[in-house]
Write a protein of this length. Structure first.
Length: 544
């Protein structure tokens, strides 16, 4: 290509043949198939950064979330949990509001936009109180939630995340209401960025108010409601907040590399490379060595992959990386199945789970091996920062990523990520299932900081787990009745365990064995952290 131009695709700028880029993206957005001619970048297996921002799902998704601004409290849960970067919040000052409204002269547009802006306690009342009291605050500002109709797949995850606030609900997309979404999204793009003074550094959830936090621009070929992509968006946002654009990613082959490179769409703004299924950790070691040689010690390299690539075939490479002491961070997207190849079991799979290679039958009732705990194993490596967390526990998740980036050495973050098709749960339930995984001890959260003290107990924190001194968490259900949230309760909500329940809903012996495995894992963590288990003490007293 002899003539090149710098294009900005709402992403990291990339040198590219702008004319050819428009031709390719326009062809695919208008329904063209794989018969399109390849460009020079594809010949080198390169897809420019951020091209996913051009992908248009508005003619595919049947539903869209409708925003009820009067009910919004600006909690940003919907923004955090959206798997497709399709919903964003913005704080708009009164002056910016008036100026931005001036771009819209069509009858009814200004009224439509105004109805979507709300005076919340968080951004209006709090800042109005600061006004004139020696603070640099300029007073209250409006807040709004905006949906990008070209990125939304209609999964409904935002509605689940919103919960009892009832600020979002799903409605059918029609030729009548769709133009309004495009108008509102145009206003979002024309309005200035959220002023920095309204972004509270103590509230990690607010980092998504910055435009720079959009390091995963959507347009990926992931499933509706994908639990992995929400986590990817969050970890990228925190990484960019901490170190700017001085980072790169090595990805193990898996779902993340498939939906992240569905030509010609790349949702990542960060540079990333895909290696073989088993050796991303060793590739990262090579990149780390080279960066250190050329003076880029301040650049960070992340390794990401699923439990199959990290716990199974790539485990040796991962272990070698952790033992090396090199400043490399690993993110494990733990779905307990090989999602990319049809859902067969991995060593992270739970006992009793029905999956390919461990099919539930008359004699063998699903997976029978105990689950490998990658985070537990990682703690036994010398001087490695380890955390186990879930995306919907926003403060815990961001603290894990932040501390891993601050740690001078290898780190491993293991994250539970729902896979709707293989777990057999609804598309809008990723965040709900992740929280229940923690509450039921299916996936306890913890942080292990090797610099936290001289003993293992001083380094290991179980903060974030409910009922921390008991075997199982007990809380009131929607009807106000106390209920035990054990592993059996978790398994009831996922189709992968349904064959281990009889017609009356009684769990099988195999599922009870799986529950015992979860209890023993939780008790082990309690023992390592020196957290007394009151149920265990009572059990020992009963048995003399």
């Amino acid at each position: 290509m002899t003539q090149r131009a710098l294009i900005y695709s709402e992403a990291t700028p990339q040198w590219y043949d702008a004319t050819r880029a428009r031709e390719i993206l326009s062809a695919y957005n208008s329904g063209a198939g794989s018969g399109q001619p390849a460009d020079a970048f594809l010949a080198c297996s390169v897809v420019p950064a951020g091209t996913g921002s051009y992908r248009d799902f508005s003619y595919i998704a049947p539903d869209l979330p409708e925003y009820e601004s009067a009910n919004c409290v600006a909690c940003m849960e919907c923004v955090q949990n959206c798997p497709d970067s399709a919903i964003w919040g913005k704080v708009i000052t009164q002056d910016a509001r008036e100026k931005s409204l001036g771009f819209f002269a069509e009858e009814g547009d200004q009224e439509l936009i105004t109805s979507q802006l709300v005076q919340t306690t968080k951004f209006w009342k709090t800042y109005e109180k600061k006004k004139g009291k020696g603070s640099d605050a300029s007073g209250g500002a409006w807040f709004g939630i905006f949906i990008d109709p070209t990125k939304c797949k209609g999964c409904g995850e935002c509605v689940t995340a919103c919960g009892s606030h009832n600020a979002l609900k799903m409605i059918k997309k029609t030729p009548v209401n769709l133009p309004a979404y495009f108008t509102l999204w145009e206003f979002y793009k024309k309005a200035p960025e959220t002023p920095e003074m309204y972004i509270n550094p103590k509230l990690k959830v607010d980092i998504m108010l910055r435009d720079s936090a959009n390091q995963y621009v959507g347009g990926a070929g992931s499933c509706m409601g994908c639990g992995e992509t929400s986590v990817l968006r969050q970890f990228l946002a925190m990484t960019q907040t901490k170190i700017g654009n001085k980072y790169g990613i090595v990805a193990n082959t898996g779902c993340n590399t498939v939906y992240g490179s569905t030509y010609p769409y790349n949702p990542f703004r960060a540079p990333w490379v895909n290696s073989l299924f088993e050796n991303a950790a060793t590739v990262a070691m090579g990149i780390r060595s080279h960066w250190d040689q050329v003076g880029k010690q301040d650049h960070q390299i992340w390794v990401i992959g699923g439990d199959g690539s990290m716990l199974d075939i790539g485990f040796q490479a991962l272990s070698r990386m952790l033992t090396s002491g090199m400043n490399i961070k690993a993110l494990v997207l733990d779905t307990q199945v090989y999602s990319n190849t049809g859902g067969q079991t991995s060593t992270a799979t739970y006992i009793g789970q029905d999956a390919k290679m461990s099919v539930h039958g008359t004699h063998v009732k699903g997976k029978w091996e105990r689950r490998k705990e990658i985070a537990n194993i990682a703690m036994m490596h010398p001087h490695v920062f380890v955390a186990q967390t879930v995306g919907p526990m926003i403060n815990h998740f961001y603290r894990c990523i932040e501390q891993a980036l601050e740690f001078d050495g290898p780190a491993l973050i293991n994250v539970y990520t729902t896979c709707q098709p293989e777990h057999q749960v609804a598309d809008d339930r990723s965040c709900e299932r992740a929280i229940l995984a923690v509450e039921s001890r299916a996936f306890p959260v913890f942080i292990y900081d090797p610099e936290g003290g001289p003993t293992l107990a001083s380094r290991l924190s179980l903060q974030g787990n409910p009922s921390m001194r008991r075997d199982w968490h007990v809380k009131k259900d929607a009807n106000g009745v106390e209920k035990t949230f054990d592993f059996i309760e978790f398994a009831r909500g996922e189709g992968r365990f349904k064959k281990n329940f009889d017609a009356e809903g009684n769990p099988s012996d195999v599922l009870m064995l799986s529950q015992k495995d979860r209890q023993l894992n939780w008790r082990l963590l309690q023992e390592l952290a020196r957290v007394q288990n009151e149920d265990q003490i009572e059990e020992l007293e009963r048995n003399g």
